[in-house]
Design a protein around this ligand. Structure first.
Ligand SMILES: Cc1cn([C@H]2C[C@H](O)[C@@H](COP(=O)(O)OP(=O)(O)O[C@H]3O[C@H](C)C(=O)[C@H](O)[C@H]3O)O2)c(=O)[nH]c1=O
Length: 182
């Protein structure tokens, strides 16, 4: 696997080694020892999966405080633009974001540490999104930031008319009113 640091400290892009043969392909999608040697200690406790149609935008979500989750995300069908926003107040990249195309074709993975808001927009007809988290689901601590927050200025490759959001995400807070991490 190739571990690539992004412009935000703690956020990594991972490119797995894919073995192709006449049957198809094989790859190791996660190896704890190698991950920890390159990125640092992690203890994933839950795997999630969601399927979405073209134009669905899920996010920007985070679990507040001690319930914050580090995420190792990837796409096993289709393509999404994935976005991580730095909510760590002491970070030099506080309020900045990294976006990356994740797809069935590029098999890239994206590691987002605790202290970030996360979301993605589906660019293919359908997308199956699967990810590991290092803290369990805590609905009481969940929060959303509006995907189109002006301060963040995230560039989404979809027109607003193409987007499908949950009621919760439509009522996301501004970045200014988000609950930041120390
Ligand atoms: C996240 C989660 C949800 N749920 C239940 C709660 C709802 O009844 C249903 C759908 O939840 P939600 O609309 O919050 O799902 P997403 O919009 O995909 O939320 C996720 O989207 C963004 C991209 C993230 O990074 C987070 O992991 C997560 O917030 O699944 C659970 O039972 N366990 C869970 O861990």
């Amino acid at each position: 696997m190739n571990y690539i640091q992004t412009e935000i400290e703690g956020v990594w892009l991972i490119e797995p080694k894919v073995f192709l043969d006449e049957r198809g392909y094989f790859m190791e999608s996660f190896k704890k020892e190698e991950f920890e040697a390159n990125i640092g200690p992690v203890n994933f406790v839950q795997d999630n999966e969601s399927k979405s149609a073209f134009g669905v935008l899920r996010g920007l979500h985070y679990q507040q405080g001690e319930h914050s989750q580090a995420k190792l995300v990837r796409v096993i069908q289709g393509e999404v633009l994935d976005v991580a926003v730095d909510l760590r107040q002491s970070s030099p990249t506080f309020g900045k974001y990294v976006s990356v195309l994740l797809s069935e074709a590029n098999k890239r993975q994206f590691f987002i540490p605790r202290g970030f808001a996360h979301g993605f927009a589906v660019l293919s007809e359908e997308a199956i999104f699967t990810y590991k988290v290092d803290n369990v689901y805590a609905p009481q601590a969940e929060a959303s930031i509006l995907y189109c927050d002006r301060t963040l200025g995230i560039e989404w490759p979809l027109a607003e008319s193409q987007m499908l959001l949950s009621a919760k995400d439509k009522q996301g807070s501004t970045f200014e009113n988000a609950v930041y991490f120390k």
